[in-house]
Design a protein around this ligand. Structure first.
Ligand code: G3H
Ligand code: ZN
Length: 286
């Protein structure tokens, strides 16, 4: 299997993106990994701090390793880990890659913590990739009514260049109109002009689009054509998993066998992942 670093190099030069999908149950993970394999696409799967607490870090690593050992091209990311303690636990447990999200800290403190994580991760295993985050990404991975979008929250290109040079991160999460979650009383749009300015400032660094749920597909595509190499989706999957399961339980109220009542949600996850991987241009890239 190629390394995640190699896949990122190929994604940047080929103008496609690696999909990143969050999971908190083994059947979701199975659906993601199988869907990606069926269309010959590499895939990243992630656990946030909350998802990792629920699945168990050791268990998440063991599950993903079991797929890797069977030849699946899947990489495990510690998504939005915010403290030294939680990110160190992910690195020590064997995650393939981590996101140290210190974006709520003042700029210099973000650099300090991110640099510490990069140095620690590489000392444990030089193959571990570290993502940093810069800019204020509002919202959370759920259905919300409205989220304020302000250019003041965007990643500043000159800060991005300074941040990458001083921390040594392998990829950078950026803000250019994106928010976490879905909003019901507002439209989500990306500022591609701003993304281009960030790319000019850090042309060598793979850039990450978080919060892709709720964005128009053509804007995600345009972002990938203009330098985004990694796209994160969570809320749309959570909502579909929940709604499909809810419908199934209403339809078959007497069914108590989990592998039977979970099957429609699992199939819906597979269908959605294939649709995203097609959009991101990663189909056939294994
Ligand atoms: O890190 C997770 C993603 O950024 C998810 O964002 O919930 O808006 O899809 P989303
Ligand atoms: Zn995110």
């Amino acid at each position: 299997m190629k390394t995640l670093k190699q896949y990122f190099q190929e994604a940047v030069s080929g103008k496609w993106a690696i999909g990143h999908f969050n999971f908190s149950t083994a059947d979701q993970l199975k659906a993601f990994v199988e869907a990606a394999a069926e269309v010959k696409s590499p895939i990243m799967v992630g656990t946030s701090e909350g998802e990792a607490d629920f699945v168990g870090r050791e268990q998440a690593v063991a599950l993903v390793k079991s797929y890797q050992n069977e030849g699946y091209t899947v990489f495990l990311n510690a998504d939005h880990h915010k403290s030294w303690e939680t990110i160190k636990a992910a690195i020590d447990t064997g995650y393939d890659t981590v996101l140290i999200d210190a974006s709520k800290l003042p700029f210099e403190e973000n650099i300090e913590l991110t640099k510490r994580v990069v140095e620690y991760a590489k000392s444990i295993n030089p193959e571990i990739l570290v993502e940093g985050e810069l800019g204020y990404l509002r919202g959370s991975s759920e259905v919300q009514e409205k989220i304020e979008i302000s250019q003041a929250d965007y990643t500043k290109p000159e800060e991005a260049a300074d941040f990458v040079a001083r921390t040594g991160v392998d990829r950078l999460a950026v803000v250019f109109g994106n928010i976490h979650g879905i909003v019901t009383e507002q439209e989500e749009h990306l500022d591609i002009g701003h993304l281009k300015k960030i790319v000019q400032a850090v042309p060598e660094t793979p850039l990450v689009l978080h919060g892709a749920s709720g964005l128009p597909a053509d804007e995600i595509k345009m972002a990938i054509q203009n330098g985004i190499a990694n796209v994160h989706i969570n809320t749309e999957l959570r909502v579909a998993y929940h709604d499909t399961l809810h419908e199934e339980l209403e339809k078959e109220p007497k069914e108590t066998t989990p592998y039977k009542y979970l099957k429609p949600s699992y199939e819906e996850m597979k269908r959605m992942i294939k649709k995203y991987l097609e959009l991101f241009g990663s189909v056939g890239k294994i």
